[in-house]
Design a protein around this ligand. Structure first.
Ligand SMILES: [Zn+2]
Length: 465
């Protein structure tokens, strides 16, 4: 095996490797022969494909028919336009070579998209992982990076560029898009850091959230974004209310000592509340369920969204190991940034349907569907709606007043901009209160109390600027 001399020199602590390249249709290509010569590899061609062999004996095989390459047991696929033949020679995109050579020779190799050279970095990539998830019309690009890196986002037409200075990423240089929010993603390196170029579908908007060691770029339809939401809100009219009876179907929620399931109480109150709001306040009311069925969180979110809801009221019964616990409490969203972070993590990590299963307070709260945390306008509105509803129920039922509370909620950016609350109408775990909650006349009082609160809120909301 013959080894060619590798020409390297130090610039800013990086080793650079110059190569001969060609430029075609916006892509820099390097031939397999050139790569073999510059990186001391032996190159073999056969009918089945191409192979580059490192001095260690490790092999990179390239299947030019299937557009795949395999190295270190991992298969890399690449788009058609990353491969070409000229004068009988195989050429691959330079950044694809960097992706394949890194595992082949156990070095962190990048293609410098400005200087048109490879460079080798001694230390491990400072961007550990990029994770792309799509949920309910919103795509989350999560970058897990070293602390202290602060990604920035810039938009130019339909290209969104996420720049992470001093960040290096050793992953696929090309990612096929979902064709809903983005067409594809390219990763570009320079010795200063990494640029992730997201090629958006038309009419997409974005948002960036930075945390200590991760950052999330969200891409969603413009109509769902802040601007659209704000324009919609300027009318300041309450017309459509979504009532969300908790749980349902195979998810009973909490179950009282005599066997009453929370899902039934929530639905019965919801139906009474719907009638009052429609007949007496002339509101358009949408229920997330009007019978005993499973509705997962995303369906609840979608119902609120697709109906352009102005208010979102989720109904639940409280439960405690302390059988004497009693009373009514109403929740609105919290603002803590750390909660936001946890909520994003939860949204990405958990199956939403799991939120339906529990019967504790916390799982109820996670079922809430809420607006952009940054929108303190809606936070204040949610709080005053919660206070008015709480007051209304206490006045009508004389249940113990446990007060209005902030809590952790599940937040989905770009999903909803509406005052939203969750009412725990009473403790189904308390035998006395369970009996009361089952009574149609008490349910009517609770519904009237909530309606009183909504009526007062509507009056204040529509008269304020
Ligand atoms: Zn519940």
């Amino acid at each position: 095996m013959k080894f060619a001399l590798v020409i390297m020199f130090l610039v800013n602590g990086f080793k650079q490797v110059s190569v001969r390249y060609i430029y075609r249709n916006g892509v820099f290509f390097v031939s397999a022969n050139e790569i073999a010569s510059r990186f001391s590899l032996s190159y073999r061609k056969s009918n089945s494909g191409h192979a580059l062999i490192a001095p260690s004996g490790r092999i990179l095989t390239i299947n030019t028919l299937k557009n795949t390459a395999t190295v270190k047991g991992e298969r890399h696929s690449f788009p058609d336009f990353f491969e070409r033949f000229e004068n009988g020679k195989l050429y691959l995109a330079a950044d694809l070579w960097a992706e394949l050579l890194s595992p082949l020779i156990d070095k962190n190799i990048y293609w410098d998209s400005e200087q048109h050279k490879f460079f080798i970095v001694r230390y491990e990539p400072s961007i550990r992982r990029m994770w792309i998830r799509h949920r309910d019309d919103t795509t989350f690009f999560t970058f897990y990076h070293e602390r202290g890196l602060r990604p920035s986002v810039e938009r130019n037409g339909d290209i969104l560029t996420v720049t992470i200075k001093r960040g290096f990423y050793r992953g696929p240089c090309y990612v096929d898009g979902n064709q809903i929010t983005y067409k594809w993603l390219r990763v570009r390196h320079t010795s200063r850091g990494t640029k992730f170029k997201i090629f958006l579908k038309p009419k997409m908007d974005y948002d960036l959230q930075r945390f200590s060691d991760s950052s999330v770029v969200m891409v969603f339809e413009q109509s769902l974004s802040l601007g659209g939401g704000m324009r919609f809100r300027r009318e300041r009219r309450i017309q459509t209310v979504v009532i969300d009876p908790g749980h349902g179907g195979t998810h009973p929620g909490a179950v009282g000592p005599s066997g009453t399931p929370e899902k039934r109480i929530a639905l019965q109150i919801a139906l009474k509340l719907k009638r009052i709001l429609e007949n007496e306040l002339g509101l358009n009311v949408v229920l997330t369920r009007d019978d005993d069925r499973d509705v997962d969180l995303l369906q609840r979110i979608n119902i609120a969204r697709h109906n352009n809801a102005d208010l979102f009221i989720s109904l639940h019964c409280n439960s405690s190991r302390d059988r004497k616990a009693r009373g009514v409490e109403t929740y609105f969203l919290s603002v803590a940034a750390s909660d936001w972070e946890r909520a994003v993590e939860a949204a990405e990590n958990m199956d939403f349907s799991n939120f339906n299963n529990g019967s504790t307070n916390n799982s109820d709260i996670l079922e809430m569907v809420l607006a952009d945390m940054a929108q303190t306008e809606f936070l204040k509105e949610s709080e005053s709606l919660a206070e008015l509803i709480q007051e209304g129920i206490v006045r009508r039922t004389h249940f113990q007043n446990r007060g209005v509370k902030q809590a952790r909620f599940l937040v989905l950016k770009g999903v909803s901009y509406m005052p939203s609350v969750l009412v725990e109408v009473g403790f189904i775990s308390n035998p006395k209160e369970e009996r009361l909650l089952k009574s149609p006349s008490v349910q009517e009082k609770i519904a009237r109390g909530i309606a009183d609160g909504i009526k007062e809120f509507k009056k204040r909301y529509e008269s304020s600027q």
